[in-house]
Design a protein around this ligand. Structure first.
Ligand code: ASP
Length: 605
C-alpha cells in the first residue's frame, strides 16, 4: 500500500507515530511560511502542516499542489496546540507534521467545488459524476448503500436464505411496464427482454426446491421517468416456500426495523408496523401509499350532502360519485391566493375544483358571518355547519372539499375516480406547506388485502393489481368469474413516509388456478402458452406453495439517507430522459453492428 493509515482514522492516541498517508488535497492554506493541507481519502480528512524550515522539499511540493491534487505524505502525528483543536472534525485533536511529500498526480480545477456542498446543476454533476461522488454527502450516501446491502445479505444468510443470480438476458415479464429489448445476433429477428424483475425465475427456484432465495437484483423498466424512477433500478428480490403471508410480512418487518435501527438509530420508528387494508387506506387517505406521519385524513360528505341544492355536490352524488374533503387545522387563515393555489393543485390531478369552508368559530355555534365560503349561499348555514361538525372542524379550521361524478371513465376530469387522487395530492401538498411531516421519523406500514384486479377503462378489461402470479384469497375464489372486481388477493405492500417501498404476494402454485386467471385477463391460450408455458408446466411438477416480496433498494437507501430523489443514492444514475451525460449513453450503434443484427433504424426521431 502507498499508505500506512487512513486520514480519517487518526486520533490523539496515535500522537508521536510516524505515518504515511495518501489522498486528495481537500483544501490548502498558504500562510506565507506554513502551508496547511486538508488531506482527504475515503475515510475522511486530516490536517497536514508543512513547515519550510523542517521540510524544505516537502514544502516545495505543497506550494505547487492545488485542490484535488493526489499526494503521498509521510509525517508524524502530533497533538494540535491547545486552542487550535477542531471539534467539528473527527481528527480535529491532531495534525500530521509533514516530513516528505510526493505528488502522485495533478488535477485540473474541478468544474464545481468538491469541498463545499453548494448547489450544482444536475447535468454538470452527472457529466462529472466521479467528481460529484467525491463530495461528502454523495460519498456518505454510497457508503450507506453498501451498508444497507451488507445488512440485508447477512440478515438473510443468517436465516438460511441463499443468493442466486438470474439472467439479465431474459424473456418478457408481466410487471406491466415496457420492456428493454436486446437483439439476438445468433437468432436474427428475435429479442431478449431485460427483466422487469426476476419474478418468474424466483418462482421457478421455489419449484427447484431452494425454499429460501434472495438476490440484489437489477431490474429494467422502460417507463417515463419521474423523481423516484430510473430505467434500471435495484430490488431486494426474495421468495420463500411453504409460507403464508404472515411469514413474509414478519421476516420483512424484522429486516426493515432491524436495519433502520442499526443504520439510523437517530430516527424515530414505530414497531410493529401498523397494518391497514387497502379499503381502509383508500377511505382514510385516498391512496395505497399514505404518509402516516401526519393526520389530515379524508372525510366523506357524500351522504350528508345528498339532498343539497348546490349543483356541484348534488350532481356528483346523483351520478354515483362522491363528495370528500380534508379538515385543515388553522387553515381558516389561508389567503384567497393560497386557496387558489391549492385549487390549481387539485385541478392538475383531474378534480373540477375545490370548495372551501372556513370556520372562524366552532361550526356548531357559527353564524353566517362566521363562516367564509364562496358557496355558502348555495349550501345554506345548516349544511355548512353540518359539514364542519362532520369533519371535526374547530374554530380557525378550514374544510376543503372535492366532488366528483360517477358514471364516467375514471380517467375523465371530474370523475369519481379522480376524487381520491386529488385529495391524496392535496393532503401531501398541505403537509408540505404546513411542515407536518417529521423528517426524523420513518413511518412504516403494511397495506394488505389488495383487490386482485383493477378495471382498465382504456383496454376495457381487468388487469392484475399486482401481477398475474398473485393468488386470490381462498374465500373469494368461487366468485372470481361472476364478480372479479370484488375478489381480494394475497398481495401486500410495504410503505414508508408516503412511498411504496416494496410489493409482494403469495403466488399461485396450481396450473388450473393460474389458467383461470389468464382466462379472466383475456390472455388467449396460445398467447399464454407462448409467454407463460414454462410456468404452467413447472406448476405440474410439484410446485410448493410460495410467496415473496421485492423491496426497492434505491428507495430504501434514499429513505435512510433522507434524500427525496433516488438519483442521490445511485452511483451512476440516468437523467430524466434516460441518458447518461458522462458516457453519452444511449448512442447510435455502429452500422456494421446493426448489419450483423439484421436491424435497420427507420427513424431516429
Ligand atoms: N416482482 C414483483 C415486483 O417487482 C415483486 C414480487 O411480487 O415479489 O413488483
Amino acid at each position: 500500500m502507498l499508505k500506512s493509515h487512513y486520514c480519517g482514522e487518526l486520533r490523539a492516541g496515535q500522537a508521536g507515530e510516524s505515518v504515511t498517508l495518501a489522498g486528495w488535497v481537500h483544501r490548502r492554506r498558504d500562510h506565507g511560511g506554513l502551508i496547511f493541507l486538508d488531506l482527504r481519502d475515503s475515510s475522511g480528512i486530516v490536517q497536514v502542516v508543512v513547515n519550510p524550515q523542517g521540510a524544505a522539499a516537502a514544502h516545495a511540493v505543497a506550494s505547487e499542489a492545488r485542490n484535488e491534487y493526489v499526494l503521498q505524505i509521510r509525517g508524524k502525528v502530533t497533538r494540535r496546540r491547545a486552542g487550535t483543536e477542531n471539534a467539528a472534525m473527527a481528527t480535529g485533536e491532531i495534525e500530521v507534521v509533514a516530513e516528505a511529500i510526493t505528488s502522485l498526480n495533478a488535477a485540473r480545477t474541478p468544474p464545481f467545488y468538491i469541498n463545499e456542498e453548494s448547489a450544482v446543476e444536475e447535468l454538470l454533476r452527472l457529466r462529472y459524476r466521479y467528481l460529484d461522488l467525491r463530495r461528502e454527502t454523495m460519498h456518505d450516501n454510497i457508503v450507506l448503500r453498501s451498508r444497507v446491502v451488507h445488512y440485508i445479505r447477512s440478515f438473510l444468510h443468517d436465516r438460511d436464505f441463499i443468493e442466486v443470480e438470474t439472467p439479465i438476458l431474459a424473456n418478457p415479464t408481466p410487471e406491466g411496464a415496457r420492456d428493454y429489448l436486446v437483439p439476438s445476433r445468433v437468432n436474427p429477428g428475435t429479442f431478449y427482454a431485460l427483466p422487469q424483475s426476476p419474478q418468474q425465475f424466483k418462482q421457478l427456484l421455489m419449484v427447484a426446491g431452494f425454499e429460501r432465495y434472495f438476490q440484489i437484483a437489477k431490474c429494467f423498466r422502460d417507463e417515463d421517468l419521474r423523481a423516484d424512477r430510473q430505467p434500471e433500478f435495484t430490488q431486494l428480490d426474495l421468495e420463500m416456500s411453504f409460507v403464508a403471508q404472515e411469514d413474509v410480512l414478519q421476516l420483512t418487518e424484522a429486516l426493515y426495523s432491524g436495519m433502520s435501527r442499526e443504520l439510523r438509530p437517530d430516527l424515530q420508528m414505530e414497531t410493529p408496523f401498523p397494518r391497514l387494508t387497502y379499503a381502509e387506506c383508500m377511505r382514510r387517505f385516498g391512496t395505497d401509499k399514505p404518509d402516516i406521519r401526519y393526520g389530515l385524513e379524508l372525510d366523506d360528505f357524500t351522504e350528508l350532502v345528498r339532498n343539497t341544492e348546490f349543483a356541484v355536490f348534488r350532481g356528483a352524488v346523483e351520478s354515483g360519485g362522491s363528495v370528500e374533503g380534508i379538515c385543515v387545522p388553522g387553515g381558516a387563515s389561508f389567503s384567497r391566493r393560497e386557496i387558489d393555489e391549492l385549487t390549481e393543485t387539485v385541478k392538475t390531478m383531474g378534480a373540477r375544483g375545490l370548495v372551501s369552508i372556513a370556520f372562524e368559530v366552532e361550526p356548531r355555534s357559527a353564524t353566517q358571518e362566521q363562516i367564509r365560503s364562496p358557496v355558502l349561499k348555495f349550501l345554506g348555514l345548516e349544511l355548512a355547519q353540518a359539514i364542519g361538525i362532520n369533519a371535526g372542524a374547530g374554530a380557525g379550521d378550514l374544510v376543503l372539499i372535492v366532488a366528483g361524478g360517477g358514471g364516467m371513465p375514471a380517467k375523465e376530469p371530474g370523475s369519481a375516480g379522480r376524487v381520491k387522487p386529488a385529495l391524496d395530492t392535496l393532503r401531501r401538498t398541505l403537509a408540505a406547506k404546513l411542515n407536518l411531516a417529521d423528517a426524523n421519523t420513518l413511518a412504516f406500514l403494511w397495506v394488505v388485502d389488495f383487490p386482485l384486479f383493477e378495471w382498465s377503462d382504456e383496454e376495457e378489461r381487468w388487469s392484475p393489481s399486482h401481477h398475474l402470479f398473485t393468488s386470490v384469497k381462498p374465500e373469494d375464489l368461487p366468485r372470481l368469474e361472476s364478480d372479479p372486481g370484488s375478489a381480494l388477493s394475497n398481495a401486500y405492500d410495504l410503505v414508508c413516509n408516503g412511498q411504496e417501498i416494496g410489493s409482494g404476494s403469495i403466488r399461485i402454485h396450481d396450473r388450473s388456478e393460474q389458467e383461470r386467471i389468464l382466462r379472466l385477463l383475456k390472455i388467449s391460450e396460445a398467447d399464454a402458452r407462448e409467454r407463460f408455458g414454462h410456468m404452467l408446466e413447472a406448476f405440474e411438477y410439484g410446485a410448493p406453495p410460495h410467496g415473496g416480496i421485492a423491496p426497492g433498494i434505491d428507495r430504501t437507501v434514499a429513505l435512510l439517507a433522507q434524500e427525496t430523489d433516488i438519483r442521490e443514492v445511485i452511483a451512476f444514475p440516468k437523467t430524466k430522459s434516460a441518458s447518461d451525460p458522462m458516457t453519452g449513453a444511449p448512442l447510435p450503434a455502429d452500422p456494421a453492428a446493426l448489419e450483423v443484427l439484421k436491424i435497420r433504424v427507420i427513424d431516429s426521431g
